[in-house]
Write a protein that binds this ligand. Structure first.
Ligand code: CP
Ligand code: NVA
Length: 308
């Protein structure tokens, strides 16, 4: 069966644990090598990834391109506005055609249904590089970052502050797979997807919903936030006002455990969801997190292509 990676559950907890292990081994094996040199085993030699972008990207594009290069393969960057997709060619036909040229397809788009449709009609693996619903590749990198900083996943207390968005949905999904707990503090009207929350609770995660940012961060191991205005959303001033009590600042960080870590998928809007003092402070691990997109995605690619 074709291995698509549309959400974390497509792979499951055991497979993601294997991905994290593989990512750590590959990362340490090539420490200090030039970044464009391929891994010793070049496991994706002869393979090509098409990367379709309907939204902007810095990390996802660069890390997928470098991931394919380091695995010995190639990638093709395709901005949807320059494709026939941008002139109305259907997702189904695009899927059928790309499947004849490349070995896997990564897509960043708006409606999650588009990724599902692409996977339905593609005969090669499809990877979700972010939709309005979820961002699973980001969370594999986040789990890797948390483990590296010596936090074991089961029982971990993660606090999410701000918007109930796509990144939070994938954090919640991971909580169900790895049995950690998420305290979610978002303003009224900006809640995250209840299906992800119910599924995580059923799987045994504690998901706590509160309007009180201080309550969410009290004694937490990890504090996470993201932009208050995701791509495709309007920058509404009333939303920014509603989000202000959820800004991650030094006062809130001081309520978490002394060795708590701060995560942000980036890009950050400094002065909105997080202050400079926190994002540039000693508890912030955002640059490791950004780097880990590369290492995590290599393992996602290897799994999709049957090499893991
Ligand atoms: N975190 C993330 O997905 O970044 P980009 O939007 O730059 O790809
Ligand atoms: N929630 C953000 C994440 C960007 C990587 C967005 O969808 O724009």
């Amino acid at each position: 069966m074709t291995r698509h990676f549309l959400n974390l559950s497509d792979a499951g907890g055991d497979t993601i644990a294997a991905m994290l292990q593989d990512a750590m081994l590959r990362k340490s094996a090539r420490a200090s090598w030039p970044k464009g040199k391929s891994d010793a085993d070049a496991p994706l030699a002869g393979h090509t990834l098409a990367m379709v972008f309907e939204k902007n990207s810095t990390r996802t594009r660069t890390s997928f391109e470098m991931a394919m290069k380091q695995l010995g393969g190639d990638s093709i960057f395709m901005a949807s506005g320059q494709m026939q997709l941008g002139r109305g060619e259907t997702i189904a036909d695009t899927a059928r055609v790309l499947s004849r040229y490349v070995d896997a397809i990564m897509i960043r788009t708006d409606d999650h249904e588009k990724v599902e449709e692409l996977a339905h009609y593609a005969s090669v693996p499809v990877i979700n590089g972010l939709t309005d619903l979820s961002h699973p590749c980001q969370i594999v990198a986040d789990l890797l970052t948390v483990i590296e900083h010596r936090k074991t996943l089961p029982g971990l207390e993660i606090a999410w502050l701000g918007d109930g968005n796509n990144v939070l949905n994938s954090v919640v999904e991971a909580a169900g797979l790895f049995k950690f707990n998420v305290r979610i503090a978002v303003p009224e009207g900006y809640e995250s997807d209840s299906n992800f929350i119910e599924a995580a609770k059923t799987a045994g995660a504690n998901i706590t919903l509160t309007r009180d940012a201080s309550e969410a961060v009290a004694d937490a191991d990890v504090i996470v936030t993201d932009t208050w205005v995701s791509m495709g959303q309007e920058h509404a001033h009333n939303k920014i006002a509603a989000m202000m009590p959820y800004q991650v600042n030094e006062r809130l960080m001081a309520l978490a455990k002394a060795d708590a870590k701060f995560l942000h998928c980036l890009p950050a809007h400094r002065g909105e969801e997080v202050t400079d003092a926190v994002i540039d402070g000693p508890q912030s691990v955002i640059w490791d997190e950004a780097e880990n997109r590369l290492h995590a995605q290599k393992s996602v690619l290897l799994w999709c292509l049957g090499k893991l």
